[in-house]
Design a protein around this ligand. Structure first.
Ligand code: F6R
Length: 601
């Protein structure tokens, strides 16, 4: 995680770096810092906590100079503190880092024996010491960095500033993204494109193992052997991040409300109602492996139902972090289907590497255009959710489900399992979805009082069955990540095998109970909870006296088709989590300990 930036040119670096960091704060907000070189001296300002704190420091004590680097941190090694905040310095070398140096303890010991003294608990500081030691032994800046990288194991995007060299910054990449933006007589560096879009649309992505020499004139790229390589300059199209709350109290709520539009955008232009087709070509059909993390993994679990039932293709679902370390049966007949909002999640990317090694075809479902995942894939099915700023994922989730649905229909047509008329009916169902979501959003007003009442609970259970079981997992995840209340999602049919012991009158239990093929079974589970004193909040799509009789509260959403019901049921769960978090006074958009992009494993 962590966001890193750099600038060299003619403008004042500090305000520009601060502005770019603001676009990367989703990557971490445990601490922030900036270093600027001016008249042969590097000055650093760092602080614990969010960027606002750094901004205040800079307002009191500015940093003049036109070359600098910056960082916003998600702590991996060393607790969040000013001392552990980047940039880190050793002698003339100052560095910012995103990633993990795995052999840092070993290197730290070696360097300590040679006399280095360390201030922080971070893995990053040793990199500054390594490079500085090589400079002191007479190496030039670029060589010192290149030789230091040979000693480092792990993942990194690094930007180095040398107090004795005002003409260049050196960048390096391995398994963690870095992009260089080309300006007129100025050059920009960032972890991610949105941080550059206010300044330039011409960018170059570095590849793993490469080192770049960045001057005000641009970028020179060297491969691992030190040979100059040509890297394309890419023109970024599309809108800059519209990071405005638009009258909502926070981004999460805005993004929840954007779902009707996001869903429409995701299917617009991709379906032919006349033909009932979603076009997909050249995709292997033997077996699908879906890999993802967190909320995207929940989408993958729903996707399994769609891919198997609609397309008739066996689908396995894995966490990226598990897939990468087992020996999945995957080969050139397999389709690897990674799902990721950011396209930068380290474990998902590692799963893709593994899939590629085994010759699988990779088609990803991703929200961020030109992200690392998009660039590593043979094909990308973009969700068109728009920028998702809130750490807790909402509109990315629903659009991932819509994308999976479209994908399953396309595959169903390819396999011949779906008749044209059936595919046409499924695509028509999709057209009704934005309105159904809009109607579900109207529950917001009803949730105020209920959320206030539930906000003092210490534990929640969420129950669902079949295609809606992953929605129970997602509801629980939303609640725990933004309200810090312990919550578990469970398949309703598993209650009797243990969790029912938890039920008492203090336990709110959210039961997903659409009128689907499982209705009677889940209703039975609801009654079992109720008869043990549990406070049932039932979420259904059709009024029913039996639910009213047993539930403490009933939330009714519009009735959608079987495969699209998960999207509609997720809406009140997102709203409930949001309202409860507001009552508990947490930071909804930037919950503690989390970051929007998990770029380390
Ligand atoms: C939860 C959440 C995370 C992400 C996960 C994967 O609200 O946002 O669980 O879903 O970190 O992130 P992406 O989709 O960017 O790969």
């Amino acid at each position: 995680m962590c966001g890193i930036v750099g600038y060299i040119g003619r403008r004042e670096a500090a305000p520009l770096l601060l502005e770019s960091l603001r676009k990367l704060e989703y990557r971490g907000y445990d601490s922030a810092g900036i270093a600027v070189l001016n008249s042969g001296k590097v000055a650093i300002r760092r602080c614990e906590g969010k960027l606002g704190n750094l901004e205040e420091i800079l307002a009191r004590s500015s940093l003049p100079g036109t070359i600098g680097i910056g960082h916003t941190r998600w702590a991996t090694h060393g607790r969040p503190s000013e001392t552990n905040a980047h940039p880190h310095r050793a002698g003339d070398i100052v560095v910012v880092h995103n990633g993990i140096i795995e052999n840092y303890l070993e290197l730290k010991e070696q360097l300590s024996r040679l006399g280095s003294r360390f201030e922080s608990e971070t893995d990053t500081e040793i990199v500054a010491h390594l490079v500085d030691a090589k400079l002191s032994n007479g190496a030039d800046f670029l060589t010192a960095v290149r030789h230091s990288l040979k000693e480092i194991q792990g993942s990194y995007a690094l930007v180095f500033l040398n107090q004795r060299d005002p003409e260049r910054l050196i960048v390096a990449k391995n398994s963690t993204p870095i992009v260089v933006g080309w300006g007129e007589g100025e050059t920009f560096i960032a972890s991610d494109i949105p941080a550059l879009l206010d300044y330039t649309r011409k960018v170059t992505f570095l590849e793993d193992g490469e080192v770049g020499e960045v001057t005000a004139k641009g970028l020179r790229v060297l491969n691992g052997k030190g040979k100059a390589v040509q890297r394309a300059v890419k023109e970024i199209t599309g809108d800059a991040v519209a990071a405005q709350k638009g009258g909502y109290r926070h981004f999460m709520l805005k993004e929840i409300h954007e779902q009707p539009r996001a869903l429409t955008d995701t299917f617009r232009g991709r379906i032919s109602l006349k033909e009932g087709d979603v076009s997909l070509e050249g995709v292997p059909l033997a077996r699908i492996h879906v890999v993802a993390c967190g909320t995207a993994w929940h989408a993958a679990l729903v996707g399994k139902f769609m891919l198997e039932e609609i397309a008739g293709i066996p689908a396995e679902v894995d966490y990226g972090s598990e897939f990468r370390y087992r020996s999945p049966l995957i080969d050139s007949r397999s389709l690897l289907l990674p799902i990721s909002q950011s396209g930068e999640t380290a474990d998902t990317l590692a799963a893709v590497e593994l899939g590629r090694k085994r010759k699988a075809k990779v088609v990803s479902i991703c929200n961020v255009v030109d992200s690392s995942l998009a660039r590593k894939s043979d094909g990308v099915f973009y969700t068109r959710a728009g920028p998702e700023i809130s750490v807790a994922s909402t509109k990315a989730f629903s659009t991932q489900l819509a994308a999976l649905y479209l994908f399953a229909i396309g595959l169903g047509r390819l396999t011949g399992r779906l008749q044209r008329s059936e595919a046409k009916r499924l695509t028509e169902d999709l057209l009704c979805l934005p309105h159904q979501v809009e109607e579900a959003l109207k529950l917001e007003g009803d949730l105020e009082a209920l959320s206030r009442e539930l906000s003092s609970a210490t534990d929640f259970l969420y129950l669902g069955r079949g295609i809606n079981y992953p929605i129970a997992l997602e509801g629980a995840l939303k609640l725990k990540e933004i309200s810090y209340i312990h919550a578990e999602g469970y398949p309703a049919g598993e209650m009797k095998h243990g969790p029912i012991a938890l039920i008492d009158e203090r336990m709110p239990v959210v039961v997903l109970l659409p009128k689907d093929r499982y209705f009677q079974k889940t209703l039975g589970n609801l009654k079992e909870v109720e008869s043990r004193g549990g406070k049932v909040i039932a979420v259904t799509d059709q009024a029913d006296g039996a639910i009213d009789a047993a539930a403490y509260r009933v939330l009714t959403v519009p009735r959608a088709s079987y495969f699209l019901t998960p999207i509609v049921l997720a809406i009140p769960l997102q709203l409930l989590a949001d309202e409860i978090a507001v009552h508990r006074g947490t930071d909804v958009d930037q919950p503690r300990n989390l970051a929007k992009s998990v770029t380390v494993e």
